[in-house]
Ligand binder design. Structure first.
Ligand code: HEC
Ligand code: HEC
Ligand code: HEC
Length: 128
C-alpha cells in the first residue's frame, strides 16, 4: 500500500469517475446490444424515449385499420434485439437478460404483451 501514494489514489479516483460524474456508483440497466443493423428502425435516442408510442401506434394501425408493415412490428424488433442464452437459443422475456426487460425491470415497468406475442424472433405455439 505504501508504494501507491496519495496523488496516485487521487488520480485513480478521478479516472474512475471521469465521464460519469453524476452517475458514479449508481447501477444502470445493462442494455444488451443489438446483434444486427447499423441502426434502429428510428433514431436511437427517439427509440429510447418513444418506443412505446410507436409500438402502440403500430398496433392500432394493424388491429383497427388492417395496415401491416414490418418496420415497426413487435416481432421485427427481435431480429436485431435478441440475446442468446447459454444453450445458444434466443432467450424469452422470462429471462431478466431479455432486451425488453433490462430497462423495464430497472424502471419498474410491466408490459402485458407476452401472453399473446412472442418475445423472440421465432413464432412459438399460437403466439403472434
Ligand atoms: C390479448 C392479446 C394481445 C395482447 C396482450 C397484446 N397484443 Fe399486440 N396484437 C394482438 C393481435 C391479435 C394483433 C393483430 C395481429 C395481426 O393481425 O397480424 C396484435 C398486433 C400487434 C402489433 C402489430 C403487428 C405486429 O406483429 O407487430 C403490435 C406492434 C403489437 N400488437 C404490439 C403489442 C404490444 C406492445 C403489446 C403490449 C403492450 C401487445 N401488443 C399486447 C394481440 C395482443
Ligand atoms: C435492423 C435492426 C434493428 C431493428 C429491427 C430494431 N432495432 Fe432497436 N436498435 C438497433 C440498434 C443498432 C440500436 C442502437 C443501440 C445498439 O447498438 O444496441 C437500437 C436501439 C434501440 C433502443 C435504445 C437502446 C439503448 O441502448 O438505449 C430501443 C429502446 C430500441 N432499439 C427498440 C426497438 C424496438 C421497440 C424495435 C421494434 C419496433 C426495434 N428496436 C427494432 C437495431 C434495431
Ligand atoms: C432503453 C430502455 C428500454 C428498452 C430497451 C425497452 N424499454 Fe419499453 N419502456 C422503457 C421505459 C423507461 C418505459 C416507461 C416510460 C414511461 O412510463 O414514460 C417503457 C415503457 C414501455 C411500454 C409502455 C408501458 C406502459 O404501461 O405504458 C411499452 C409497451 C414498452 N415499453 C415496450 C417495450 C418493448 C416491447 C421493448 C423490447 C422490444 C422495450 N419496451 C424495451 C424503457 C425501455
Amino acid at each position: 500500500m505504501k508504494r501507491y501514494g496519495y496523488p496516485f489514489l487521487l488520480l485513480l479516483a478521478l479516472l474512475l469517475t471521469a465521464g460519469t460524474p453524476a452517475l458514479a456508483g449508481a447501477p444502470l440497466p445493462d442494455i444488451p446490444e443489438a446483434i444486427k443493423g447499423e441502426q434502429c428502425v428510428e433514431d436511437t435516442e427517439f427509440m429510447r424515449r418513444n418506443h412505446m408510442e410507436l409500438l402502440e401506434h403500430q398496433r392500432d394501425d394493424t388491429v383497427r385499420r388492417g395496415i401491416r408493415t414490418k418496420k415497426h412490428s413487435l416481432k421485427n424488433c427481435f431480429t436485431c434485439h435478441v440475446v442468446m442464452g447459454d444453450d445458444g437459443k434466443a432467450i424469452t422475456v422470462s429471462d431478466p437478460r431479455h432486451f425488453c426487460r433490462e430497462c423495464h425491470d430497472y424502471a419498474a415497468v410491466k408490459v402485458d404483451c407476452w401472453q399473446c406475442h412472442v418475445s423472440t424472433p421465432e413464432p412459438k405455439g399460437d403466439k403472434l
